[in-house]
Ligand binder design. Structure first.
Ligand code: SF4
Length: 372
């Protein structure tokens, strides 16, 4: 485990910015694609000495919308990653995020040929008015078609993202999205609640929008129904917001929750390496300039003390169904906090582990805040 590492590649281009999105996103052009490619190749070159012999278990191409990039771009990048002195794990997970609109028969085949074995589709909802609110494409049957193309190309590990707690959302509409999933041959689902964050265009009208959010009781009711319905479709809730079938959890995301080191390349990408958390600059030109000058392309660097790291990791690991081993909780302050959270009904235990109760899963924010 200590030798394991993951790689995240941030590909920031999108056709347009969704109103709820607070990520670093750029409009796509051929010139920017080339600039990004040159920068990423430079960045990967700088990592060579520090990754020698490290066991690469997952590679994740996220964004942005990685599926709008040319296959030549993706191919050059994949080849470069394969040429690095990692020790490549046999069942390495190669994920690429895609917009269902971009997933054609040809794209799916190309991705498969490049070695990707997992695709994460930004579906968000199956209800027209909700897709409209989220600024997403509303062609009927789009997700189903994309999934059919992927399966035909032998990519069978498919994840979809769904967002809920939308403004004016009612339970029936949310159930419509959930029941649309029943017959889809997907292996994974990530269920997010809509957050209105700085940097998104929704943020400017946050006060008005928040008033239209379903009540706390309805949000909780929708979450409870989602868990029940997804479990009835044979999904396992292996993490608070992630569900999988047949044990096909996300290897890459499991790394974030269990403290595996990861390197992030691309403007705005985060890394966690050598007890340091860093974030690359959020400017493509500056990112390349820094790399050309031989400087670290970071906007932010934080060295974490062992105590801070432990507390943060404890909170993240508790998100997983299996929780944390009791033997791993040796930090006095954390032992006391866990005892207090148990008393309040947020945490349960068996002979070996601490894990979140249903209440703890529903109010994870409280657990996380108390643990930090
Ligand atoms: S939500 Fe996804 S597709 Fe929409 S702008 Fe953000 S990164 Fe792009």
């Amino acid at each position: 485990m200590a030798n394991e590492i993951s790689l995240y590649v941030h590909l920031p281009f999108c056709r347009k910015k969704c109103p709820y999105c607070s990520f670093f996103v750029l409009p796509y052009s051929k010139e920017s694609e080339l600039l990004l490619l040159e920068s990423l190749l430079l960045h990967l070159e700088t990592l060579k000495s520090s990754i020698k012999g490290r066991e690469l278990v997952s590679v994740y191409f996220g964004g942005g919308t990685p599926s709008i990039l040319s296959i030549d771009f993706l191919s050059t990048l994949v080849q470069k990653i394969r040429s690095l002195p990692f020790c490549f794990e046999a069942n390495i997970e190669w994920t690429i995020e895609a917009n269902p609109e971009d997933v054609t028969k040809e794209w799916s085949q190309n991705i498969y040929n490049l070695g990707f074995n997992r695709v994460s589709l930004g579906v968000q909802s199956f209800v027209e008015k909700e897709l409209h609110f989220l600024g997403r494409s509303i062609q009927k049957g789009l997700a189903q078609k994309a999934i059919d193309h992927l399966i035909e190309a032998k990519i069978t590990n498919i994840s979809v993202d769904i967002i809920f707690e939308l403004m004016d959302q009612n339970k029936n509409d949310f159930l419509e999205t959930l029941y649309s999933i029943k017959h889809l041959p997907i292996t994974h689902l990530s269920l997010y609640n809509l957050m209105i964050e700085e940097g998104s265009s929704f943020f400017r009208k946050k006060t008005i929008l928040e008033k239209k959010r379903p009540s706390e009781e309805l949000c909780l009711e929708m979450l409870t129904s989602a868990v029940e319905i997804l479990e009835s479709f044979n999904f396992e809730r292996y993490e608070i917001s992630a569900f999988c079938k047949n044990g096909l959890s996300s290897k890459h995301n499991i790394g974030y929750w269990t403290g595996r080191e990861f390197l992030g390349i691309g403007p705005s990408a985060w890394s966690f390496f050598n007890n340091k958390r860093t974030q690359c600059v959020k400017n493509l030109n500056l990112y390349k300039e820094n790399l050309l000058k031989g400087e670290e392309p970071f906007l932010f660097t934080e060295e974490l003390s062992p105590g801070a790291l432990f507390k943060e990791q404890l909170g993240l690991s508790l998100r997983l169904k299996q929780g944390v081993l009791k033997s791993s909780v040796t930090h006095k302050e954390s032992i006391d906090t866990i005892a207090s959270l148990s008393k309040k009904g947020f945490i349960e235990e068996d002979s070996c582990s601490f894990f979140l109760s249903e209440k703890g899963k529903n109010f994870y924010d409280i657990v996380q805040m108390e643990l930090l």
